[in-house]
Design a protein around this ligand. Structure first.
Ligand code: SF4
Length: 366
């Protein structure tokens, strides 16, 4: 059977194609394993003729091409900290950012754009353009593996994984089985969504959970993450704690430190109140300032002081820089630059409108 014309964005579509070509489960798993691990399809000592049906064998070169062409490199931006940002074009020309992280990690994008609209995020400014398919997510990992070892995959790139849950879980399932990534080294990062807390415990592969908290004040959190599901910080932490106890991995709370916004004494008290005694790790990441957004990065001294205070008061806290600080390190900046270059300044100026309320009413943010 010819496989010409086949296209796919989903792992389930690849599986269907393989079955149409006569693949049995073991063939299917082998092909997906080699692809996700960035190995050639003729790897191994046994000749393909000895175990693979002829139709499937003949289709393999075209299939390999299709898998390799799920995305192509648009630009690469290595940084001094050992990370590298790749701007990758999908088959329809849309672009996503993928980041090779220091210590064998890769950060994957789950959506083109994002509907949550976090006011400090370039990706949030453009809204949701389209979902990234599960195969396109695994393709980001396979691409990274062509360039460096990958032992950890974090779904912290462009997009909110909870808004593309079926695709993200399908990718996680593959990466945590034939993709050879340890379950606790797969990190599902979310602003928090009831569906996540329902679905993650049911999966065969249970990833670690990172929860973007950013504030312990419900009112401020709504302003910073305007279209996140309406769960209070207390409700989020309660649901996350149950998952931490189920899996045995701590919840990784994410906190982008914005000068004068969420680096206050009130927030330190709030974090201690909500996280004391929880199975949790607080990751504080000083904001990576960009010209197009009105937020400022607190000094490293202030950030270190907050981290020390939290530590002293019993909250395990790590102070981190976002990877690739020196190369458009914030989420969505590379893509925004590319769009800016393509479309001209006027289009970007229009895209800035949603954040103006923060400048106009600072008292409500502080
Ligand atoms: S920070 Fe994450 S969730 Fe918020 S808008 Fe950006 S991509 Fe979406």
């Amino acid at each position: 059977m010819s496989n010409s014309g086949m296209t796919f964005q989903l792992i389930s579509e690849i599986r269907n194609q393989l079955r149409c070509l006569g693949a049995r489960p073991a063939h299917e798993q082998r092909i997906l394993r080699l692809w996700s691990q960035a190995k050639p399809q003729n790897s191994g000592s046994r000749p393909l003729e000895s175990f693979m049906p002829a139709g499937l064998r003949q289709a393999l070169p075209e299939l390999s091409d299709k898998l390799a062409n799920l995305l192509r490199l648009q630009s690469a931006h290595p940084a001094e900290d050992g990370s590298v940002r790749w701007l990758l074009a999908l088959q329809d020309g849309q672009t996503v950012e993928t980041v090779g992280l220091p210590r064998d990690g890769v950060c994957v994008s789950s959506q083109v754009g994002c509907a949550v609209g976090c006011v400090f995020c370039m990706t949030g400014k453009e809204g949701l353009i389209r979902q990234v398919g599960s195969a396109e997510m695994v393709a980001q990992v396979a691409f990274a593996r062509l360039h460096r070892p990958v032992k950890k995959v974090v779904f912290m790139g462009m997009g909110e994984p909870a808004h593309n849950l079926d695709n993200v879980l399908e990718a996680i399932d593959l990466l945590g089985t034939v993709g050879n990534i340890a379950h606790k080294s797969l990190v599902f990062s979310t602003v928090g969504d009831a569906r996540v807390f329902e679905r993650l415990p049911l999966g065969l592969v249970k990833p670690a959970l990172a929860l973007s908290l950013h504030s312990t004040r419900a009112d401020l959190r709504v302003q910073l993450l305007p279209r996140a599901p309406k769960m209070s910080p207390e409700e989020l932490i309660e649901a996350a704690e149950i998952y931490a106890q189920q899996t045995g991995y701590p919840i990784q709370y994410q906190w982008t430190l914005l000068q004068g916004v969420n680096d206050t004494e009130e927030e330190i008290e709030g974090i201690v109140r909500l996280l004391k005694g929880k199975y949790a790790l607080m990751n504080m990441i000083p904001y990576n300032a960009v010209d197009d957004l009105p937020f400022k990065r607190p000094s490293w001294e202030r950030a270190a002081e907050i981290a020390r205070t939290l530590h002293r008061r019993g909250i395990l806290t790590k102070l981190r820089n976002s990877a690739g600080q020196d190369v458009e390190g914030g989420c969505g900046q590379l893509r925004a630059r590319q769009i800016q270059a393509a479309a001209g300044e006027s289009q970007l100026a229009n895209a800035e409108k949603p954040i103006h309320f923060v400048k106009a009413k600072p008292a409500t943010v502080l």
